[in-house]
Design a binder for this molecule. Structure first.
Ligand SMILES: Cc1cc2nc3c(=O)[nH]c(=O)nc-3n(C[C@H](O)[C@H](O)[C@H](O)COP(=O)(O)OP(=O)(O)OC[C@H]3O[C@@H](n4cnc5c(N)ncnc54)[C@H](O)[C@@H]3O)c2cc1C
Length: 434
């Protein structure tokens, strides 16, 4: 009988303390690797609205031993997510509470980006992961896995994971050139205190739902309560190209929003009018084209650095969480530092199609959501009414991306995915031994 060697443990640097970097650090630490996270800012960023983690990611949270802690610290409870018509808020479809858990084994959990990052940071530090804040990375050498900090210091590791977001400094080094920018969308992010809704009979039901998406000609509004920060967040997204990439604090024009969207659901117009100018920012949101590769030498891109997506599918953070879990599983099969480049190529080849399908389907959703009223919009509404009705699933893994929203494999593919099972099955198929 052959003996199974204990997996090799590595010294790993993660660049970026966003959702991708912090959750990857938790997964790698759980496997026994020594992990240091380098973050350019002084702390995790406090801006942003609700972020849903889908069942494929909440399942991983449970595997990391975080389910109870997250519910306790973020006060989560499963609430409905609905798609609504722009001018009167009538419901086009809603996710019945409890379906995700029943069908896919885990729920959809919603909290603020701030709340997620804060809890991942706390747990990482409690578990002994070192996070160095105010530590911007300037550049790196992918062959020696050496990171050069802006202050001139050099840090060496066995592996560098670049989770440094859509504006990644490591990506051009891996690709050998910068990327051409894609046409982004513009967003106006507005917060109002949650009490305003709780004290108004017309608005109070909006405070009790996880998230609502109003869709209409030329744009949409994603809105929902952020229980952990006590605000109601509205993010108005359109194909207008404004804002600057990576800048989240440019002041927006509230009166302009109220004017442009004056024919939308009166509850939304009322909320825009209740907001204060200091709580209105314009954002530029972009996605990435499929990259020729995610890795070179002993460096690999994860999260938005390799597959930033538009937010129409609500899957960007989820696929970032899947990356870290999958990478940790892949590294179990690296028997030496010298095998890391090969393992990174295996990781990228098994993850890419899934991450890119999120980008592609988000673009398709954008086109559908922004349709003007007319025949196509009527067909779209009928399609969504059918899509939102939960369908039984036999639990068999679905590996191929769905062809569209009406494809019965759509939800099993996105929500039923089990990262560990998929990763190990693919590694076995590639003949990479444990
Ligand atoms: C409006 C909107 C709504 C969204 N809603 C959802 C949703 O409902 N569900 C979902 O799953 N996803 C959603 N997303 C997407 C999700 O927020 C992202 O996909 C996810 O947060 C990506 O995380 P990340 O860690 O890869 O990148 P980031 O969050 O960008 O983190 C990168 C980190 O790296 C740091 N960094 C960058 N450069 C350096 C450097 N040189 N040195 C050191 N540190 C550096 C940054 O400061 C930052 O902390 C949404 C996105 C937007 C814009």
């Amino acid at each position: 009988m052959g003996s199974i060697e204990a997996p090799q443990k590595f010294k790993i640097i993660v660049i970026g303390a966003g959702i991708a970097g912090l959750t990857a650090a938790l997964g790698l630490h759980q496997k026994g690797h020594t992990v240091t996270v380098l973050e350019r800012h002084a702390d995790t960023q406090a801006l942003g609205g609700p972020i849903n983690l889908s069942p494929s990611a909440t399942h991983i949270m449970t595997e990391y031993g975080l389910e109870e802690l997250i519910h306790e610290r973020l006060g989560l409870r499963e609430r409905p997510v609905s798609l609504r018509r722009f001018e009167d808020g009538s419901q086009l479809g809603t996710t019945p509470v409890g379906t995700s858990k029943k069908l896919y084994g885990s729920g959809v959990w919603t909290a603020s980006r701030f709340g997620w990052q804060k809890i991942f940071k706390q747990v990482a530090e409690e578990r002994g992961i070192k996070i160095e804040f105010s530590t911007p990375v300037q550049t790196m050498d992918v062959d020696t896995a050496t990171v050069v900090l802006r202050d001139g210091r050099k840090l060496e590791a066995d592996l560098v994971i670049a989770a440094d977001g859509a504006g990644s400094v490591v990506r051009p080094i891996i690709l050998g050139q910068p990327l051409d920018r894609r046409d982004p969308v513009g967003a106006i992010n507005i917060d109002v205190p949650l009490d305003i809704l709780q004290d108004d009979p017309e608005l109070e039901m909006l405070a009790d739902e996880a998230q609502n998406f109003w869709i209409g000609p030329g744009g949409c509004c994603a809105a929902g309560p952020v229980l952990d920060t006590g605000v109601f967040n509205m993010c108005w997204i359109s194909e207008d190209k404004f804002g600057r990439p990576g800048e989240w604090f440019i002041k927006g024009d509230l009166a302009g929003v109220a004017e442009r969207y004056k024919d939308w659901d009166p509850r939304l117009v009322k909320l825009v009018k209740a907001a204060k100018p200091e709580n209105c920012y314009i954002w530029n949101i972009t996605d990435l084209p499929p990259l020729p590769t995610w890795s070179k030498g002993r460096a690999v891109l994860i999260g938005d650095a390799s597959h930033a997506t538009l937010p129409y599918l609500g899957m960007g953070a989820t696929s970032s969480v899947e990356d870290g879990r999958s990478l940790a599983e892949c590294l179990d099969r690296a028997k030496s530092v010298g095998e890391i480049p090969l393992i990174l190529k295996a990781f990228e080849s098994l993850r890419k199609a899934r991450a890119e399908s999120v980008i592609n389907m988000s673009r398709v959703a954008m086109g559908l959501w922004h349709l003007p009223d007319g025949e196509q919009q009527v067909q779209r509404d009928a399609m969504y009414a059918a899509v939102f009705v939960p369908k039984l699933w036999d639990g068999k893994p679905v590996d191929d991306p769905p062809t569209g929203f009406a494809d019965p494999s759509f939800r099993p593919y996105f929500s039923g995915h089990k990262t560990v099972e998929f990763t190990n099955r693919k590694l076995d198929e590639m003949g990479i031994e444990r």
